[in-house]
Design a protein. Structure first.
Length: 157
């Protein structure tokens, strides 16, 4: 059992020259209620199941438990998920002492790019790359479980 502490940002510049790894991610939700989400994910050729608790007041931290499962089981569980699938490519970008995961969304969330950085505390300092845009930590519209229900393409300006 672990506490996940991360901050989320929109991407407003070119990060691609610093990418060290990229992988396709497809995920769905068995439960998407705020108090507990249960996510099924296929990352490359691996399957995972993840349980997340409700976010803190700042939105930066919450309980997270994740377990790798056989790919065939992840594929079967995706068939049981709530309607809506998240399809994205995750790019790993080292910046200083931290690693940013930049998610480039496809499908119904095409055009959205978000960067996350995991921290050891909510107030931990980190280097901000020039391509990092507006912080959206704690904005529920940007939670993957919400993007599944109200995709980016449906948002009004």
């Amino acid at each position: 059992m672990a506490l996940e502490i991360e901050r989320k940002f929109l991407v407003s510049g070119d990060f691609r020259q610093s990418v060290c790894e990229s992988v396709r991610v497809v995920q769905g939700y068995l439960s998407s209620v705020a108090e507990r989400t249960v996510r099924v994910r296929i990352m490359g050729d691996k399957g995972f199941i993840t349980v997340k608790g409700i976010s803190s007041a700042s939105g930066a931290s919450r309980f997270e438990w994740e377990q790798e499962i056989p790919l065939s089981e992840a594929e079967a569980l995706l068939e049981l998920c709530e309607p809506g699938v998240i399809d994205k490519v995750r790019h790993v970008v080292p910046v200083g002492d931290h690693v940013f995961e930049v998610d480039e969304f496809h499908g119904d969330n095409e055009g959205l790019m978000m960067a996350e950085v995991e921290l050891s505390s909510e107030d931990e300092m980190f280097m901000r790359p020039v391509w990092l845009g507006e912080e959206v930590t704690g904005d529920p519209r940007y939670y993957n479980s919400m993007l599944m229900k109200t995709p980016y393409k449906l948002w009004q300006d």
